[in-house]
Design a protein around this ligand. Structure first.
Ligand SMILES: *Cc1c(COP(=O)(O)O)cnc(C)c1O
Length: 362
């Protein structure tokens, strides 16, 4: 190459590929590839976004004060312990940049979210993938993988793309067994979809311990993926460090306005959760009835396991794409025999099941 050489690790990165959004020669696309909500954003968020258009010549509030205050009120937490970000993906990068570097290790579970190993490599650290049990993070194996060089442990709970989760007691056990100088990052991107007594998104753990960060997003249940808003809740010392490395205006003006409005529209979020509570079990059951494997999920998506050729995952993806139905290929996660499907509208879910039935010749 004739261009200057980048930092170590950068060329090891396989760029993150978002879900497909276009299908060749198909009039109607059913996009179930990126875990977006079928209900769309709150009308109140859209109105706030439009109102913000008149102020686009103004810089946003660099500290996102109003959004942090709104989050603090909503969750009963302290605004000073919140950092807002350009999607929670940005936080994964900022946390990695701030706490890990060359020679350090970052532990994550084998089928954990792909941005963890990408962020590690981007900052010269070594991603350490830990085997799972039943596609679920294995706390003992993760603890066994922690070395003197480990700086961060990433845990998505529930995890994407598996949809599996760890009960609060297990996450607490992981935290308890970690050294104080290792940061535990709990990525709770799908927390709003979970209604289980034994689940805790991470707020309580952050309150109780200095070395825990919880990250959240407006991209999933709030339907603002296109605006890019995430936030972290952490010890004030960790928050101070993240403020130092983030861009001064990392969350744009209409995004802050829309996120505040979305947070206030509790009924819209409730509707999205109710929709998922109906269609997640329905889709899981219907796909199982077709003879395909479905991993029990707590998110707004399911991981579907296909048999060998001719009814393998890639053939299924081709068949579905030709009909405009877009799922997510899982080869990048080492799950090439699977496709991930987001819970869609009732009609989309029914069309997906019908197309899968046709594909399988049932
Ligand atoms: C979608 C997702 C994110 C990224 O969310 P953004 O806020 O849109 O960057 C983070 N973590 C997990 C596990 C996700 O599935």
């Amino acid at each position: 190459m004739s261009i200057p050489r980048p930092q170590p690790g950068i060329l090891d990165i396989t760029p993150y590929k978002g879900g497909e959004s276009q299908a060749q020669g198909v009039a109607r696309v059913i996009k179930l590839s990126s875990n977006e909500t079928p209900l769309g954003p709150s009308p109140r968020a859209i109105a706030a976004y439009e109102a913000a258009a008149k102020s686009l010549h103004r810089y946003p509030d660099g500290g996102a004060s109003a959004l942090r205050e709104a989050l603090a009120r909503h969750y009963g937490i302290e605004a000073e312990r919140i950092v807002c970000s350009n999607g929670s993906d940005e936080l994964i990068g900022l946390i990695t940049q701030a706490f890990a570097g060359s020679g350090d290790e970052i532990v994550y579970s084998r089928h954990g979210f792909l941005m963890y190993p990408i962020a590690a490599k981007a900052h010269g650290a070594k991603p350490v993938a830990v085997p799972e049990k039943d596609l679920t993070a294995d706390i003992d194996a993760m603890l066994a993988a922690v070395s003197d060089r480990t700086r961060i442990v990433f845990l998505a709970n529930p995890n994407n793309p598996t949809g599996t989760y760890l009960p609060a007691q297990e996450v607490a056990r992981l935290r308890r067994s970690l050294r104080e100088d290792v940061l535990l990052v709990i990525d709770a991107a799908y927390a709003e979809y979970v209604s289980r007594n034994d689940y805790e998104a991470g707020i309580e753990l952050v309150r109780a311990h200095d070395n825990v960060v919880m990250t959240r997003t407006f991209s999933k249940i709030y339907g603002l993926a296109g605006l890019r808003v995430g936030w972290a809740y952490a010890h004030p010392g960790v928050v101070d460090i993240l403020h130092r490395v983030r861009g001064p205006f990392n969350v744009n003006l209409p995004a802050q306005a829309a996120a505040i409005a979305a947070l206030a529209d509790v009924a819209h979020v409730d509707a999205a959760r109710t929709h998922n509570d109906i269609w997640l079990p329905w889709l899981s059951e219907e796909v199982r009835k077709l003879g395909l494997g479905v991993t029990p999920s707590l998110g707004n998506f399911i991981l579907i396991r296909f048999p060998a050729a001719p009814h393998d995952a890639l053939a299924a993806d081709r068949f579905l794409s030709q009909r405009g139905i877009l799922l997510r290929q899982m080869g990048g996660y080492g799950l090439g025999e699977c496709l991930r499907a987001t819970i869609g509208t009732e009609e989309e879910n029914r069309l997906l099941v019908a197309a899968l039935r046709e594909f399988l010749g049932r």
